[in-house]
Write a protein that binds this ligand. Sequence first.
Ligand code: DMJ
Length: 625
Amino acid sequence: MASRPLPYSTRDLHYDNAKFRHRSPFKVITQALVSSNVRHDCGRCSIGKFLILLMFGGLTYLMLVHRSYNLDTPAFEKTDHGNGGIGRIGNFLRKPPRLPPRLSPDEVRNISSNLEIGKPSTESEWISRQGKVKEAFIHAWSGYKSFAMGKDELMPLTKRGVDGLGGLGATVIDSLDTAMIMGINEIAAEAGTWIEKNLMQRISEKGQVNLFETTIRVLGGLLSAYHLSGSDSGKSLLSKGPKREVFLETAKGLADRLLVAFTASPTAIPFSDVVLRDQSAHPAPDGLSSTSEVSTLQLEFNYLSAISGDPKYSAKAIKVLEHMRTLPKVEGLVPIYISPHSGQFSGENIRLGSRGDSYYEYLIKVWLQQKASRDGQLKYLHEMYEEAMKGVRHLLVQKSIPKGLIFVGELPFGTKDSFSPKMDHLVCFLPGTLALGATKGITKKKAIEQNLLNAEDMENLNLAEDLAKTCFEMYAVTSTGLAPEIAYFHTEGAYEGGHDGGNKSSEYINDIIIKPNDRHNLLRPETVESLFVLYRITEDPKYREWGWQIFKAFEKHTKIDSGGYTSLDDVTTLPPRKRDKMETFFLGETLKYLYLLFGDTNVLPLDKYVFNTEAHPFPIIESTG
Ligand code: DMJ
């Protein structure tokens, strides 16, 4: 397994121990004599002999008065204390030792943790690491339960809850299937019971919610809980709590209200917001919907149609993608805004970060979800995906300098103007999606054996591996070991020095630029999501090791003693400034992916399950029936 190159390789460190060891004056002089030409040219002449005698005399004197001293003491503290003038003579004769490179305690810590990466871990170690993730989930839930039960999110520092997502208790629903997958029956039962008692009523009474957020977190969470608690998942993962029908009925009740976002719009593109109690919908204040938001509803609505037997959900949602198929694009890439009034894309800003990301993710996942339609009705989605990935490789992928990290940048003004070397952490979903799209969820080894990978798939898979490394380095380059929300990359055309991640021992310290406003970390999942998918597909253990490094950094810097984990304000300083929020996706996604990454690869296999963008797994539908 390749270990991350260190700023000073292990060999150098050992070498330094010899090279930089303090040398006594005796050694300085004798080594000089032995190695210098004096020996050859003047050794035999009388002036030479006199000089040698003089030197030995001086040397004996120095040995008598010399006090050994500690190399760690700074030079300015090493002069006169107790030595008087004699010490100064010693210092004068002594060739100043070259000190080993000085590393801060953090850098030393980083080096030792990086060295750990090189150490192969046994399967039993992974089981114990998986146990640590489970403990983290229990800690996160206990904070939420103690201070914010029923609120959307926990504010772990001020120990209260906040309704940032419309007040449906989003953390409860986002957490439920994670608890089921981890086999924590008590939490699953608490969450399930809360849903049974409260959610339907809230759905009928609450006000404005965002269509996308509510679909991926709440609808998605209910649907996977329904699946995982039923016999069609192989075994029920919910031994206590409500009957599974509760989840399906609640999901239908919610989706029936969300559908108004589609029916109220004059085009196939839904409005962005729904007022639940009024069953009305309206566009965002600027009139536009985000491209990723309207195209990241289909897995959920399709699955609801499949299990409820009512095609209306799927029919509305899939129309969005059918419509998008007809719109002009730039090599398969699309602007991040779309108008529900005109049905056209708006502006020219192209990126795979915020507002663009999961458009690309769902093209391939919706295609994967319905096996029987892959070569028929849904074939166009695969074509759109392939074209888009070609466009990504052609227009958005570049290499940083000096060390050559592959990254995905942006085209803020389309192809007419310059490329921006900016990459949101959100883009780190892409390595996983690319790998999944290449092998369709089976291992790379199997796909190669069965001759299933074409040139395009191979390119995408290679890009996936390069990008996963970059995403990992976005963590490793900071003082905390946690990634910023946004990174810029140093390229030939663009450089803004002065804003590095703070980990001076990172090889990529000059490649990755982190601007002051982008230094926060919201406990996001995208990188660990990709590490999980890449580990499943390539079976390369380095992805697990990277995930473990990231998990340890979350534990160290974001865990709050009284319960829960918090977002950070600045990942580049130690100790990092904290924000007061635990996002629902930390329980729904981040910890779930880490748990799966360290666990048995047969759990939720990627050729049988497709994860929605909030990490809620739905079974792949094998037949049209
Ligand atoms: C989640 O809600 C989803 O993963 C979404 O697709 C992107 N943003 C967050 C996590 O970062």
